[in-house]
Design a protein around this ligand. Structure first.
Ligand SMILES: [Zn+2]
Length: 343
């Protein structure tokens, strides 16, 4: 397990991308994210008695940062932003109106839409989420491409499953990571959306704070964040969710929760392991540095089989490595869907 621990360490230290540490940049986060309380000073009317003029400080309402579409530069141009994914999902739904439907789950802290598409009409609901951590760009690409492949090439699955695809689960952090903080994973409140779930929620040595922009905290309470509240809707009855694949980066391994029926995970992950271009290890969440409040453990408590996949060896690979990493995500995702379609 020694090598696995090392690689999971790598996953939890996204702050040294390009060898550039951004620890200590928190002081700039308020400016970067456009939040922080603004106040202005106004002069009150002179008192009738002609006394001295009081200077009072009035808090003004927090302005919502404008949600603008920026032209991507550099490596970001190779990866879709939240608008691109919405456009591409819309185009797919228009092309295949009989079995691709769009849905909206909610909005992020800064008001970005968290949306997805449902593919197929079958009784087995399956979920694929990407970019719970904003900087993990390959997961969003793989989630969308998996949905597209099933919609266009697998009519045999259409009456067996309904696949709900959410490429961008944490769109504010995606936007931050497309700017200067390439390793940014938490939401803009400094909460890790994968530590904010009710099951086994709380701080510990690995996640010692409720709010932390560097590695992400637990949040003030379970499901305190708009992003997790939005994603949590996929556990609702109408989605009929039986399985959940959560795509992350990086490290080339699968994570699953401790279960009273471990054999169901072993069989599923064995099928997924056959599909990747390089060997992917498998580990339980309890082996993964004592993580608390994770989505997968919460799913397990609800009877939903949940697997996390840590794709590739970088958060934002380029060129051929980018293609191979995304293709691995699509292939292992297809194995996930095929395995559970038989259940
Ligand atoms: Zn992640």
């Amino acid at each position: 397990m020694g090598t696995i621990k090392l690689r999971s360490d790598a996953h939890l230290q996204p702050w040294s991308i390009s060898g550039e540490s951004v620890l200590g940049i928190t002081g700039n986060l308020k400016r970067l994210f456009g939040f922080g309380s603004k106040a202005e000073t106004r002069q009150s009317a002179p008192k009738e008695e002609g006394g001295p003029t009081d200077s009072v400080t009035l808090a003004t309402p927090e302005p919502k940062p404008a949600i603008i579409r920026r032209k991507a530069t550099g490596i970001a141009a190779e990866y879709r932003d939240n608008f691109d994914f919405q456009d591409d999902m819309k185009a797919l739904a228009q092309k295949h109106p009989e079995h691709v439907k769009l849905f909206e789950l909610g909005k992020s802290v800064q008001g970005r839409v968290i949306s997805g598409m449902s593919i197929g009409t079958g009784p087995i609901g399956l979920v694929v989420t990407g970019m719970m951590h904003g900087c993990e760009w390959t997961g969003g690409e793989a989630a969308f491409e998996l949905g597209k492949k099933i919609a266009e090439q697998r009519p045999d699955l259409m009456d067996k499953v309904t696949l709900h695809v959410v490429p961008v689960s944490n769109p504010d952090a995606q936007e931050v990571s497309r700017g200067v903080l390439h390793g940014y994973r938490a939401n803009v409140n400094g909460v890790d959306p994968n530590r904010n779930w009710p099951t086994n929620w709380g701080t510990n040595e690995i996640t010692p704070q409720k709010f932390c922009h560097e590695i992400g905290g637990t949040g003030e309470a379970p499901l305190s964040e708009p992003e997790t509240q939005a994603i949590n809707k996929l556990t609702g009855e109408e989605y009929k969710t039986k399985g959940w694949l959560d795509l992350h980066s990086y490290g080339e391994f699968f994570v699953h929760p401790k279960s009273e029926r471990p054999e169901k995970y072993e069989a599923l992950i064995a099928d997924m392991q056959k599909t990747t271009s390089k060997p992917y290890d498998s580990m339980k969440i309890q082996d993964h540095q004592d993580i608390t409040g994770s989505l997968a453990e919460h799913c397990e408590s609800l009877g939903i089989i949940a697997v996390g996949a840590e794709l590739g060896t970088k958060h934002q690979p380029k060129g051929e490595e980018r293609e191979a990493t995304i293709q691995d995500g699509v292939n292992l995702g297809m194995a996930f869907v095929e395995h559970l379609a038989k259940s």
